[in-house]
Design a protein around this ligand. Structure first.
Ligand code: AMP
Length: 197
C-alpha cells in the first residue's frame, strides 16, 4: 500500500504525472482541483460557493476541501492507495490528512515535490490556457496570484513533510517521459516501511 502526495506549484505538471502514476501503481487519483471543477459544472452548493474563489486564484476554505477528501476516503476503504494531487495546500490541510489517514490505518508514504522555476510555470500555464478552457489559466494576473498564494500558503508544506522525513524533490523540467521516469525511480526506491500503510 502506498499513499503519495504529488506536490508543486501551479503548472508544475502534477495533473499529467498523476494520471500516469495512478495507473502504474493502481492508486486512486484524488485531485481537489478536478473535484471542485466538477462541483462547479454540476452547480452544486459547493460549486456555487467556490466558483469565484477559484476564478481569482485564491484557495478554497480548508473545511471544504478536507470534507471532499474525507468523503472520497470513505468511499474507497479497500483502495490499494491514494495519489493526492493539489491537496494538501495548507498546513491545516496536511494535518487533517494525517489525522484522516490514521483513522483508515494509513499514512502518507512520501511527498513528491515537482520543482520548476516561476517563469517556466507562467509560460506553461499561459500555453495551457489556450486549450484547457480554464479561466484561471488564461489571465496572467490570476496566474501570478496563484503562484503568490502557493509561495505564501502552500510552500511551507515542504518544511512540514521534510520534518516528517517524507519530502522528495524531483526536477520538474524536461520531457513528460523524463519526469515520469524520475518520479517512478523515486517511488521505487522508497524504503519498504514507508510504503506499508
Ligand atoms: P488545481 O487544479 O489544483 O490547479 O486547482 C484549481 C483551483 O482550485 C486552485 O487555484 C484553488 O482555487 C482550488 N483548489 C484546488 N485544490 C485546493 C486545495 N487543496 N485547497 C484550496 N483550494 C484548492
Amino acid at each position: 500500500m502506498i499513499n503519495l502526495v504529488l506536490f508543486g506549484p501551479p503548472g508544475a505538471g502534477k495533473g499529467t504525472q498523476a494520471t500516469f502514476l495512478a495507473k502504474e501503481y493502481q492508486l486512486i487519483h484524488l485531485s481537489t482541483g478536478d473535484i471542485l471543477r466538477e462541483e462547479i459544472a454540476e452547480n452544486t452548493e459547493i460549486g456555487q460557493i467556490t466558483r469565484d474563489i477559484i476564478c481569482r486564484g485564491e484557495l478554497v476554505p480548508d473545511e471544504i476541501v478536507i470534507e471532499l477528501i474525507r468523503h472520497k476516503l470513505d468511499k474507497n476503504p479497500t483502495a490499494n492507495g491514494f495519489l493526492f494531487d493539489g491537496f494538501p495546500r495548507t498546513v491545516p490541510q496536511a494535518e487533517a490528512l494525517d489525522t484522516l489517514l490514521v483513522h483508515y490505518g494509513r499514512s502518507v508514504s512520501a511527498m513528491l515535490s515537482l520543482e520548476v522555476e516561476k517563469e517556466e510555470l507562467i509560460n506553461r500555464l499561459m500555453n495551457r490556457g489556450t486549450t484547457s478552457g480554464r479561466s484561471d489559466d488564461s489571465n496572467r494576473l490570476v496566474i501570478e496570484n496563484r503562484i503568490e498564494v502557493y509561495n505564501q500558503k502552500t510552500a511551507p508544506l515542504i518544511h512540514y513533510y521534510q520534518s516528517a522525513g517524507k519530502y522528495e524533490a524531483i526536477n520538474g523540467i524536461g520531457s513528460i517521459d523524463d519526469i515520469t521516469r524520475r518520479l517512478k525511480s523515486c517511488i521505487e526506491s522508497l524504503p519498504k516501511n514507508r510504503k506499508s500503510r
